[in-house]
Design a protein around this ligand. Sequence first.
Ligand SMILES: *[C@@H]1O[C@H](CO)[C@@H](O)[C@H](O)[C@H]1NC(C)=O
Ligand SMILES: *[C@@H]1O[C@H](CO)[C@@H](O)[C@H](O)[C@H]1NC(C)=O
Ligand SMILES: *[C@@H]1O[C@H](CO)[C@@H](O)[C@H](O)[C@H]1NC(C)=O
Ligand SMILES: *[C@@H]1O[C@H](CO)[C@@H](O)[C@H](O)[C@H]1NC(C)=O
Ligand SMILES: *[C@@H]1O[C@H](CO)[C@@H](O)[C@H](O)[C@H]1NC(C)=O
Ligand SMILES: *[C@@H]1O[C@H](CO)[C@@H](O)[C@H](O)[C@H]1NC(C)=O
Length: 346
Amino acid sequence: MVIAVGILAMVTMLLVRAPLVQPVPQAIFIFGDGLLDVGNNIYIPGGAEVGEPTRADHPYYGIDFPGSKITGRFSNGYNLADFIAKSMTFEMSPPPYESLPKPSPVKMEGFTGVNYACGDAGIRNSTNGDITYPLMDQVGQFGATRTQLKAQLGGRKPLNIFLSKSLFLIAVGTMDLNPGYNMFLYVPQNDNQTEVQRLIELYGESLTELHAMGARRFGIINVGPCAEYMCDGDMNKVAVEFNGALGPFLSGLQVNLRGFRYSLFDLYGFSNATFQNPSASGFVYTGSACWPGYGSPCSNRTEFWFWDDYGYITEQAAKVTASAFYNGTANFTTPVKLMRLFPKRI
Ligand SMILES: *[C@@H]1O[C@H](CO)[C@@H](O)[C@H](O)[C@H]1NC(C)=O
Ligand SMILES: *[C@@H]1O[C@H](CO)[C@@H](O)[C@H](O)[C@H]1NC(C)=O
Ligand SMILES: *[C@@H]1O[C@H](CO)[C@@H](O)[C@H](O)[C@H]1NC(C)=O
Ligand SMILES: *[C@@H]1O[C@H](CO)[C@@H](O)[C@H](O)[C@H]1NC(C)=O
Ligand SMILES: *[C@@H]1O[C@H](CO)[C@@H](O)[C@H](O)[C@H]1NC(C)=O
Ligand SMILES: *[C@@H]1O[C@H](CO)[C@@H](O)[C@H](O)[C@H]1NC(C)=O
């Protein structure tokens, strides 16, 4: 009897042994700004006047996308959201929330997640809040998706399992650190905190909210350096301050929030390193944009780091960035590479 049970256990172990391939997330939920936006910006209402939404809906956006299609990506082709999804065996980023029927999803077949990221979005509600969906709004949109997912999956338990095996990818903060968009940046408040400290706390509220809704595995991208030609004031200085505070903050969340795991990608450090030695990763130009807004874009777009006037990066830059984040040999991730968030068996 004991032997039979032992053999049965061994057979069972062999049968359920994890395949050698790296498991992939069940789904990817994406939040943040134009770095990860795959088209939400196109749906933002508003006219062609001062304060209009910034939309990636005109030529030459998408010139290198299959079919040269304009999709609302601030890129000449695929963007960082796409390449991260691709590295995890998805075809591209999940679709933009705004493009989906409401409520959604109506079936699980083919469901790969949702992308809520929207151009110009910040951590603060007041950072471009009238022309985009700030992080908290995006978290609210995820709440609507979650309600629908719970119904589709058949209750709270399967929902929580599904979400715990999904990736929550976030890149936000750049817009909050632009003095043109955040009136609190250099104005002293009476709480003795710097604006960076306040931003980190607000960011933490969104992350905690996502965790409360079932998110467990977070891929977080810090704030990259601004493009030389559009740096405003001390933007890089506050970016470095923000990034310096983000790491310890996340490691604190990991201690305090049950099951919270993350991979933080140092986009600033990675970009900075690339700018020091562009040719090592095949770039020629890192101080100017391929398509500065008027006329035609440069002919060889793989040579440029920056794509447009707003400091968004090219498809090629997104590609090398995603691979550094996912499983790069140089160490720009803490405490683990993105790949390690999905170990052999989860
Ligand atoms: C930001 O907006 C959300 C709604 O999306 C709201 O729940 C929250 O209270 C607002 N936060 C602040 C600080 O105003
Ligand atoms: C701010 O700092 C001053 C001087 O250290 C202190 O007197 C004051 O109570 C602080 N204010 C707050 C809101 O913490
Ligand atoms: C950027 O690179 C330079 C040169 O390697 C280095 O001195 C500087 O500390 C880097 N800055 C950041 C924020 O990593
Ligand atoms: C584009 O630039 C890259 C990097 O300099 C080079 O390897 C490639 O051959 C160029 N492509 C064309 C079509 O000129
Ligand atoms: C990283 O992942 C990609 C895609 O899965 C794979 O092709 C590549 O060999 C991996 N590189 C390393 C260093 O593991
Ligand atoms: C490299 O990653 C390890 C964790 O894997 C981390 O402790 C260390 O700080 C990282 N080093 C650098 C230079 O970022």
